[in-house]
Design a protein around this ligand. Structure first.
Ligand SMILES: Nc1ncnc2c1ncn2[C@@H]1O[C@H](COP(=O)(O)OP(=O)(O)OP(=O)(O)O)[C@@H](O)[C@H]1O
Ligand SMILES: O=c1ccn([C@@H]2O[C@H](COP(=O)(O)O)[C@@H](O)[C@H]2O)c(=O)[nH]1
Length: 226
């Protein structure tokens, strides 16, 4: 059976399990974490396509805010992006919450979100818990585990292919990887202690990572139907 057929069968079944047992007026959130270039965005887009999640990339939301000509926080965001440091949670959480509210205002059933690249440090975690803790259901955390050099090479290749990102260069990447180790890994550890982490070997080719991801998601949601 080809990979496409497996996607189709799994996604049909998955949509039913996703919609019914975890039905909630609050947004259901799956955090997606991993190093820069681990493939979070690539895989989230696939899941969106096949399983009907809404993909919210915190980095994309920040870049969009930065690009607004009149943004009061645009310069601050850009400084953090090039330095590989983390934007204050008030800004990021505000953008995420706004995106969720706007999505659900259009269609209340669109309440399953893949939140990609957040929470990245303790400030993010604390800010999320105080602002969104009661207003959302964090279901679990997908951890894209990928070798540092592989991450670096992927981001450099992305930059060379014309990503236009001001942080796809060696200087920014070294800082981003350092921030990932110092600030984001403790957040993954925190969720791991709560048994909420689903770890994925993200060093494999895209289709293989995707297949593992589907199995992980499917296994999780099957719990709600047995
Ligand atoms: N499994 C994979 N094998 C090879 N290349 C990949 C794989 N997954 C993603 N890529 C490529 O690596 C680059 C980074 O992928 P992607 O943007 O999905 O990573 P990311 O984790 O979202 O990165 P960031 O955190 O920097 O936004 C892209 O050019 C993408 O096409
Ligand atoms: O929650 C977040 C997400 C991102 N940032 C900043 O943006 C860049 C790029 O993020 P990507 O996820 O790689 O697109 C990141 O290095 C941070 O500087 C953030 O501050 N908070």
């Amino acid at each position: 059976m080809c990979l496409r057929s497996i996607f189709q069968i799994a996604s049909r079944r998955f949509r039913t399990t996703l919609v019914n047992p975890v039905m909630s007026s609050k947004p259901n959130v799956v955090f997606v974490l991993g190093g820069p270039g681990a493939g979070k965005g690539t895989q989230c887009e696939r899941i969106v396509k096949d399983f009907g999640y809404i993909h919210l990339s915190a980095g994309e939301l920040l870049r969009a805010e930065r690009n607004k000509p009149n943004s009061e926080v645009g310069a601050l965001i850009e400084k953090h992006i090039t330095e590989g440091t983390i934007v204050p949670v008030k800004i990021t959480c505000g953008l995420l919450a706004q995106a969720m509210v706007e999505t659900m205002a259009v269609d209340a059933n669109k309440n399953n979100f893949l939140v990609d690249g957040f929470p990245r440090n303790k400030d993010n975690l604390d800010g999320w818990n105080s602002e969104m803790g009661d207003k959302s259901n964090v279901r679990f955390v997908l951890f894209f585990d990928c070798d540092e050099q592989v991450c670096m090479n992927r981001c450099l290749a992305r930059g060379q292919a014309g990503s236009g990102r001001s942080d796809d260069n060696v200087d920014s990447l070294k800082k981003r990887i350092q921030t990932y180790h110092d600030s984001t890994m403790p957040i993954i550890d925190y969720y791991n202690q709560q048994k909420l982490v689903r770890q994925i070997n993200a060093g494999r080719p895209v289709d293989e990572v995707c297949l593992v991801l589907i199995i992980v998601l499917y296994t999780y949601y099957c719990h709600f139907t047995v």
